[in-house]
Design a protein around this ligand. Sequence first.
Ligand code: PGA
Length: 240
Amino acid sequence: MRVFITKDYEEMSERAFEIVKELVVENPYAVLGLATGTTPLGLYGRMKADHKKNGTSYRHVRTVNLDEYMGLPAVHEQSYAYFMKKNLFDGLDIDLNNTHIENGMAPSAEEECENYNRLLKMLRQDIQILGIGSNGHIAFNEPGTPFNSQTHVVELAESTIKDNARLFKDVSEVPRKAFTMGLKNIMDAKKIVVLANGANKAKAVKEAIQGNMSENVPASILQSHEDCTFICDEQAAALL
Ligand code: PGA
């Protein structure tokens, strides 16, 4: 596991952008595993700006996203499908048919999980971008999730609902369940880049990198990945 400590959020985002750009230029058909949340916004902003300025093309790139709220349609402003379109895809030349995320409105949750696992087998991530929750979760894999888990439905932890409430009008509007890639699906990525910024991530970052590998800290599984890089700003790295 490699750890880069950057001065601030901007430098963290720049480093991540350099890694993604190099991959896409080298392999125009790359599969990008993408994340939502506030952490990757600086990375996504740089990808859009670079596409506009330098014409870096995403025409053949395929994407798979980590997770989606259950019960929100893709057009809902708080859905992760909407987030990705607004914050990244609309600013690139990507073919939306090549972008994938769980269907929050799927009539059968079980079938949706099976379908997504099948898709992930065909579209193995060349790189997986991750944020980390203040409780050590990755995607919506909350503490206690088995390391060998695949796509499944989760009841969100209270701390996650609270963390995400800022994006909704009221905490009561935050969905209580979500679809998420499992930890095994994430570990299948060829390369993983975890981004973390801010003091509220410091404890999770320390436990993920230096703690025991334990299902109580889902991100600690990353210690056993052969190509995983943490990029943390100074505040998130403060306890290392
Ligand atoms: P954040 O979420 O980027 O909004 O901090 C990260 C996460 O919960 O995985």
